[in-house]
Design a protein around this ligand. Structure first.
Ligand code: DNO
Length: 386
């Protein structure tokens, strides 16, 4: 596998020279300044590509070329937006950037309830707490019918939480769930949004009546249009699994398990329709055996995210060390060992005290990812030499 790193463009406080020094071989990035749905021109792509190459690195993967909501819920503008998507894909292919990651999660990309959960050693980890998430849904969003999505036990714990939670904690919960994880991944809500909850509720409305079957149809429609362009320009598209891998907030999610992945790869059975194998996202679902899935889908995997989670007895999950947790990364590395050009990036990693307070995107600190890259590089060396 090729060792890559997610870098957020020229404004990232981590420089390409820093990355070169820690053994990074390829860059994962996007034209973050271009609004979702607009065409990525050859000029814009070449400008960033040249900048990366001037630092003796290559632009290995686009993460992400975002799929607009109207494509996902089949709004009136969808055909125009798909046309634009095709032009961007063609332009990327012409410029030689040939791996493109995207996701098909309605409204909200990755979700955590706590972005700095203190660990016994003083570092912080990303955390998903089922009770706090239910609290957000029932008490803050006040989503109609939300209660029926949670067990009696979770609801009664959320009711208990309501008696003690402070206004500050509520705002922090909103910030963690729908703001801080979203803006920097070109999501729907930016950090300067004044009314994130109102905007979020409007977005949820767009999916009224859209169930799993309908969302699958919309994804198939999208793939049928864009895969021929990807094939023509030699681009590999690779969908990121849903994080977490289960339905949330009444929204269907369609990339969560073996059956889902099998469905989407068959929906348009073409090598250019592939998967981003995110070991971490998949590991947060007890239904997923991560090495088994890696083996099964290796030949259609175009990009790998290495990280791991631990699922706690109460159903909450936490980001684990890259050496531990459910993902079994040594085994995943062993499976992908036979794909020398497959780009891999370490994902997330702990927030170490020395990095606290710096302006990194949540989950993307420097030292935590560097620690993870060191661990993963060590595992790779031993496994590759076996
Ligand atoms: C979070 C990321 C996701 C991912 C997108 C891909 O840390 O893994 O935001 O980049 O879902 O489209």
């Amino acid at each position: 596998m090729e060792k890559t790193w997610r870098w957020f463009g020229k404004k990232d406080i981590i420089t390409l020279s820093d990355l070169k020094q820690i053994g990074v071989e390829g860059i994962v990035t996007a034209l973050h300044h271009i609004p979702n749905g607009e065409i990525w021109t050859v000029e814009e792509i070449m400008d960033l590509k040249q900048y990366i190459e001037d630092h003796n690195l290559r632009w290995s993967v686009v993460e992400s070329l975002p799929v607009c909501e109207a494509i996902k819920y089949a709004g009136r503008e969808r055909d125009q937006l798909i046309e634009n998507y095709k032009v961007s894909l063609a332009n990327l292919g012409k410029c030689g950037v040939r791996t493109v990651c995207y996701n098909f999660m309605p409204v909200i990309d990755w979700i955590r309830t706590d972005l700095a959960h203190k660990q016994p050693d003083g570092s912080c980890a990303l955390y998903f707490d089922k009770v706090r998430f239910a609290y957000f849904d029932i008490y803050i969003l006040k989503r109609e019918g939300a209660e029926k999505d949670y067990s009696d036990e979770i609801i009664s714990k959320a009711n208990e939480l309501d008696k003690t939670i402070t206004e500050e904690e509520k705002n922090e919960l909103i910030d963690s769930i729908i703001v801080k994880t979203q803006g920097f991944v070109n999501g729907n809500i930016s950090e300067d949004e004044l009314e994130p909850v109102t905007l979020f509720k409007q977005l949820l409305e767009l999916y009224k009546g859209i169930d799993k079957q309908q969302l699958r149809e919309n994804m198939k429609y999208f793939l049928e249009q864009v895969i021929p362009t990807a094939e023509e320009y030699g681009v590999n598209l690779c969908v990121h699994p849903d994080d977490p891998p289960f339905p949330v907030l009444g929204l269907p999610r369609i990339v969560t398990n073996e059956e889902d992945i099998e469905w989407l790869l068959k929906a348009v059975d073409n090598q250019h329709n592939g998967l981003t194998f995110c070991a971490g996202s998949l590991s947060a679902g007890l239904h997923n055996d991560v090495p088994y899935l890696a083996k099964k889908f290796a030949s259609r995997t175009h990009f790998v995210h290495l990280r791991s989670t631990s699922v706690l007895p109460n159903g909450n999950f936490i980001e684990a060390s890259h050496l531990g947790g459910r993902a079994n990364l040594p085994e995943v590395i062993r499976i992908f060992k036979n794909y020398p050009h497959l780009p891999m990036r370490v994902d997330h990693g702990p927030l170490l005290s020395a990095d606290a307070g710096k302006k990194y995107n949540s989950g993307y600190s420097f030292l935590g990812r560097m620690k993870a890259l060191g661990e993963v590089s060590g595992m790779m060396k031993i496994i590759y030499d076996e």
